[in-house]
Write a protein that binds this ligand. Structure first.
Ligand code: 13P
Length: 248
């Protein structure tokens, strides 16, 4: 059985007071279930939020980490620092970081290795732009992101990888990919993984969808066989919306 996961990516939103409030509201509404619920919050919030979520089934994620564990990298934060704060996951390869911070698959591979070395699980993002989809290269592009990003790992390490398919054209736009589009690319991602690691490993990997996922479309998207949950941006900033997505 694959793990069902709903992760909220707060991006650069909420100061510490607002973050505490949102986290408390989510904790109050959260029912115990077999789903993994994750909050990817700003770096500055971990110490405080780690205390709040202690003993609950809410997990914390970083939104990025550096590819080295320590050194002269002013302003950067390393995977070992996150691990020491009780953070469980790190999101790597988000399209915003690929676009605004020039992060490519080669760099992401190093970041993934560093994160795994600190026992962090990785939510590795992939997804195409609208131009790429319109020109029909999206299947190849997503396969390339997966192959270049994670295919150096062994089967055991792959157990600590979650894939998030996030079409760039659906992020923050209100335009969601249809459940048919999402299912077909999730099947593709799983088959790319199966070709390298075999069916058993591929069947065990959770593949999340992200991009304008909200209470009104979450059920339809999550009911697809190969959609194992979601990576939620805007709608995760509201406790009621986030909880209703978790319930979906
Ligand atoms: P939105 O849900 O706001 O479209 O963002 C998705 C996303 O980028 C999550 O990482």
């Amino acid at each position: 059985m694959r793990k069902k996961i709903v992760a909220g990516n707060w991006k650069m939103n909420k100061n510490i007071q607002q973050g505490k409030e949102l986290c408390n509201s989510i904790l109050n509404l959260l029912e115990t279930s077999n789903k993994e619920v994750i909050l990817a919050v700003p770096f500055t919030h971990f110490t405080v939020l780690a205390e709040l979520v202690k003993g609950s089934n809410l997990k914390l994620a970083a939104q990025n980490c550096h590819h080295e564990l320590s050194g002269a990298y002013t302003g950067e934060i390393s995977a070992s620092m996150f691990a020491s704060l009780g953070v469980d996951y790190v999101i790597l390869g988000h399209s915003e970081r690929r676009a605004y911070n020039n992060e490519d698959n080669d760099l992401l591979r190093k970041k993934i290795d560093t994160a795994l070395s600190q026992n962090l699980k990785v939510i590795y993002c992939c997804g195409e732009t609208l131009d790429e989809r319109n020109s029909g290269v999206h299947f190849d592009l997503v396969a390339k992101q997966i192959i270049e990003g994670v295919f150096h790992l062994n089967s055991e390490e792959m157990k600590n990888i979650v894939i998030a398919y996030e079409p760039v054209w659906a992020i923050g736009t209100g335009e969601t990919a249809t459940s048919v589009q999402v299912q077909e690319i999730h099947v593709h991602i799983r088959s790319v993984i199966a070709r390298k690691y075999g069916e058993y490993v591929a069947d065990g990997i959770s593949i999340l969808y992200g991009g304008s996922c909200k209470p009104s479309n979450a059920h339809e998207l999550f009911s697809q066989t190969d959609v194992d949950g979601g990576l939620i941006g805007g709608a995760s900033l509201n406790a009621e919306d986030f909880i209703s997505i978790i319930k979906a």
